[in-house]
Ligand binder design. Structure first.
Ligand code: TRP
Length: 465
């Protein structure tokens, strides 16, 4: 194993870590997925469970991941090889790292496909705004989106384009690429969101949107499960992404404070995105809602929002801006997914960053091609294994690899890692950490039980994706 100095590995400075980690966390999970699953699960209660899950499951695991990364200065596999040297189980703990690499590989392969759609719709909205909105009916938009999904060449082209952007940033490295990009993108993203939120504040659907988001109605167990599962995905937990980013954190930074900031930003963005979207949805006359906002669909962002945007005052400006924002948010997430896999080959195998990025990025792209083709272009792939190729890869990663990885990280940090090591690391850059007993309690008992419950439910055929 080749150990590099922090100078060789690269490191974050100042706010770099917070922005990069928040960039990883904030992505399609916040803007595309959260609003529609919150909508489907009836709003208020779902949001409340989700907030609780972030607080008592997500944030302690994030602290654990960042701590493992900074302590060892390694990405996941290497980190467990270092920390688990003299403990029960020994090197076997590095399996968690391997699962993480596999999860990163899987998630990025299809995430880049959806991210490609946002670039395509950005272009489309620019053209609609200039030439006039042509897809007047929701049916028209749906047909158009369907045709786009069925066009294999376009699907693969935009997937490749997005992988290209991602690889470009990762090749430039931690400071030059990741930190510089997120430093500029994150504030931009927040500003655009605030503008959109202010715009919705004055729109007709706003009151109803607020009511929906905060009204506590009944919630079923599938909804509960989905909220807990999503808290993992949205914070980028369970696969060592935060171990990898943690390995670039300076010893002057406080891990608990950084974690709190990241969780807060991630949550704020998800809530803001939902408010913006619900305002648009509720701004449409009731009679038309049933036909425009159809049931469970991962495509709402593309099939119903554009039309609603063009009905809003200012929509001509807002719609391209909005899709640009989603594309940028996706980019800061894909960077982190690729970085986990690339960092393994740099840290453990001693490859150069450029070579590792080209090889790994190329392979992930190839593995993603069947996903890109499985949404309409190739009927054989659409029906494969019941869920289709895309659906199967997502299912394996989100419902298996992430929860199992998160469970491993919680158990390792709570039960196996020596308490003096975690105490020392958590107080480095922070000072005395009064919440340590609470943090330990959550890691030791609450997280394993909650995650165990997710895994148990998935094992028994309940689905939460
Ligand atoms: N958190 C991102 C989102 O919400 C997705 C993501 C990026 C992710 N890196 C990850 C999810 C690592 C799980 C693990 O869109």
């Amino acid at each position: 194993m080749s150990r590099q100095t922090p100078e060789q590995r690269g490191s974050f400075g100042g706010l770099g870590f917070i922005l990069a980690a928040a960039g990883s966390a904030i992505g399609l999970g916040n803007i595309w997925k959260f609003p529609y699953i919150a909508y489907e699960n009836g709003g208020g209660s779902f949001v409340l469970v989700y907030l609780a899950a972030i607080l008592i499951i997500g944030s302690p695991i994030m602290v654990a991941e960042v701590l493992i990364g900074r302590r060892t200065q390694q990405s996941p596999v290497g980190a467990f090889l270092v920390l688990a040297k003299d403990v029960a189980g020994g090197k076997a703990w590095s399996v968690i790292g391997w699962l993480g690499i596999l999860a990163g590989f899987f998630i990025l392969s299809y995430y880049a496909v959806v991210a490609g759609w946002t670039v395509y719709y950005f272009g489309k909205c620019v053209s609609w705004s200039i030439n006039g909105f042509t897809a007047e009916t929701a049916a028209g938009l749906g047909t158009e989106f369907g045709a786009f999904l069925g066009n294999g060449t376009q699907q693969v082209f935009f997937q490749a384009l997005f992988m290209g952007f991602t690889m470009g940033v990762v090749i430039l490295g931690v400071k030059g690429g990741i930190e510089r990009t997120t430093k500029f993108l994150m504030p931009l993203l927040m500003s655009i969101l605030v503008v959109l939120a202010l715009a919705s504040f004055r729109s007709p659907g706003f009151g109803e949107a607020i009511g929906f988001l905060f009204h506590l109605g009944p919630i079923d167990s599938a909804g509960l499960l989905e909220a807990v599962g999503h808290s993992f995905f949205t914070l980028s937990l369970g696969m060592g992404a935060m171990i990898t980013y943690g390995s670039y954190v300076s010893r002057q930074d406080s891990i608990p404070r950084a974690t709190a900031t990241i969780c807060l930003l991630d949550t704020l963005i998800a809530i803001m995105a939902s408010l913006i979207m619900f305002t648009i949805i509720f701004g449409v006359p009731v009679a038309e809602r049933a036909t425009t906002f159809t049931s469970r669909s991962a495509t709402i962002l593309f099939t119903t929002l554009p039309r609603m945007f063009y009905e809003l005052p200012g929509g001509v400006l807002l719609s391209p801006v909005f899709y640009l924002l989603v594309a940028l948010a996706a980019l800061t997430s894909t960077i982190s997914l690729l970085e986990v896999v690339v960092a393994y080959f740099i840290d453990v195998r001693g490859w150069t960053r450029r070579f590792a990025t080209m090889v790994v990025g190329g392979l992930i792209f190839l593995f993603g091609v069947p996903s890109a083709l499985s949404l309409g272009a190739s009927p054989a792939l659409t029906g494969l294994w019941g869920r289709g190729f895309f659906g199967t890869v997502d299912y394996l990663a989100s419902n298996w690899l992430l929860p199992v990885g998160g469970l491993g990280i919680a158990i390792f940090t709570g039960w196996v890692l020596s308490s003096s090591v975690s105490q020392d690391e958590i107080e480095t850059g922070h000072g005395k950490f009064g919440l340590k007993p609470l943090w330990m309690f959550l890691l030791k008992f609450v997280c394993p039980l909650a995650i165990g419950w997710i895994i148990w439910t998935v094992l028994n055929g309940g689905d939460f994706s």
